[in-house]
Design a protein around this ligand. Structure first.
Ligand SMILES: Nc1ncnc2c1ncn2[C@@H]1O[C@H](COP(=O)(O)OP(=O)(O)OP(=O)(O)O)[C@@H](O)[C@H]1O
Length: 373
């Protein structure tokens, strides 16, 4: 099912007040989104940016002050949440405590007067996808299951109901790292198998990338950018998006463009033609990721001097990181193997650098995803 939000705004009532104050910042601020049938969109963003409100509004648990929500061609403003055919899993497990796992899965079929055989076949199909040990969980009273086990049953319970839309809000945040990884693998398999349109809220960037066909990054009630991970990582619309993604910090260098050259601190680099043609003379900020630096000996000239204050080895990724400062800016670089000492000479890899406005945060030039193949 396709989901479309058009210009949706939502303000909450401040506690104790009867009317929504007009100066109250909206929890959702003119949101427009279009999610394709069968697509999974991960929703990420800082705490309080409106992720849960967005999900609750799509579910019908909150109403919009203005704007519309369509499920396929239907405006669902007047459709109650229980009549929307959605499955929801939130971080607190909401299983029926008096039943065993299997009863939780079967309940829906009982209520909707569907046959026992149908219920059993569907539960078996899902248990096969959920993998080793899942059938054992179904035989247990839900109150005796661990948090992780309960959440796996809750996810399966949603899927047996054949939802046309699946809404998940931090469904596996309370699980330990190992279980999180296997559960998200199961969830991804289920979603792929049944082709259910899904919105998935998470704080975990890796999880967002793993689960989502696209990622929607929110800030202060707005969707700042939506796209594939590559689009957000290599073509961020602004500095907020660029700094949000990536497991290591982006260096942000205040620089000046003049005469087809960019100057930063003591360093001056001639710009490649494509950049020199594009950038207006004046101040800019250059965003450089740790993996996007080139190294040179001091004698080769033209580089920026990095005063290294810490070398960090990351054995799992077989790389060395150097942390330090370049003309006052904090910089982390993926350094050549065997780097030692306290000075490195650096030049940004211009094909991978992003340029931002100096007086705003919008991007002036982004590298775009490299072609690996
Ligand atoms: N029931 C409510 N009444 C009043 N304000 C609310 C209510 N629910 C959320 N808010 C406010 O709306 C804004 C968005 O909250 P929301 O829970 O949607 O954010 P979030 O991105 O999901 O946050 P988190 O990542 O911390 O869960 C916040 O400022 C929050 O304080």
């Amino acid at each position: 099912m396709r989901i479309r939000l058009a210009d949706v705004t939502k303000r909450y009532l401040r506690e104790g007040s009867l009317r929504v104050a007009s100066d109250e910042p909206p929890a959702l601020d003119h949101i427009s989104l279009d999610i394709a049938d069968g697509e999974t969109v991960s929703v990420v963003g800082p705490s309080g940016c409106g992720k849960s409100t967005l999900l609750r509004l799509v579910a019908g648990l909150e109403t919009a002050d203005c704007g519309t929500v369509h499920y396929d061609e239907h405006d669902v403003a007047d459709v109650a949440p229980q009549d929307r055919g959605i499955g929801m899993v939130f971080q607190d497990y909401a299983l029926y405590p008096t039943m065993k796992g299997a009863g939780n899965l079967k309940y829906y079929f009982d209520v909707h007067r569907r046959t026992e055989d149908e219920a059993r076949a569907r539960a078996k199909e899902i248990a096969d996808i959920m993998g080793v040990g899942f059938e054992l969980l179904l035989g247990q009273q839900t109150t005796t299951l661990s948090g992780g086990e309960q959440q796996r049953v809750a996810i399966a319970r949603c899927i047996v109901r054949d939802p046309t839309l699946f809404l998940m809000d931090e469904p596996i945040v309370n699980l330990d790292a190992k279980l999180r990884e296997s559960t998200r693998m199961e969830m991804a398999k289920l979603l792929k198998r049944y082709g259910i349109t899904t919105m998935f809220v998470t704080h975990d960037q890796q999880e967002a990338v793993f689960m989502g066909d696209r990622i929607a990054l929110m800030r202060a009630g707005r969707v700042v950018q939506i796209g594939t991970f590559d689009e957000l990582y290599y073509s961020p619309v602004n500095l907020f998006v660029a700094t949000f993604f990536g497991s290591r910090p982006l260096a942000v260098l205040p620089a000046t463009v003049a005469d087809r050259t960019v100057r930063f601190g003591e360093a001056a680099w001639p710009l490649p033609a494509v950049l020199a043609d594009r950038l207006e003379p004046g101040p800019v900020r250059i965003g450089v990721r740790p993996e996007a630096w080139r190294f040179a000996g001091a004698e080769s000239g033209g580089g920026a001097r990095m005063a290294v204050d810490r070398i960090e080895s990351v054995p799992a990724e077989r790389l060395t990181l150097a942390h330090g400062t370049v003309s006052g800016a904090r910089v982390t670089v993926v350094a050549p193997a065997g780097t030692a000492g306290d000075v490195l000479w650096l030049t940004p890899d211009w094909e991978a650098a992003t340029f931002f406005a100096a007086d705003g945060e919008h991007a002036l030039h982004t590298p775009g995803a490299p072609e690996f193949f």
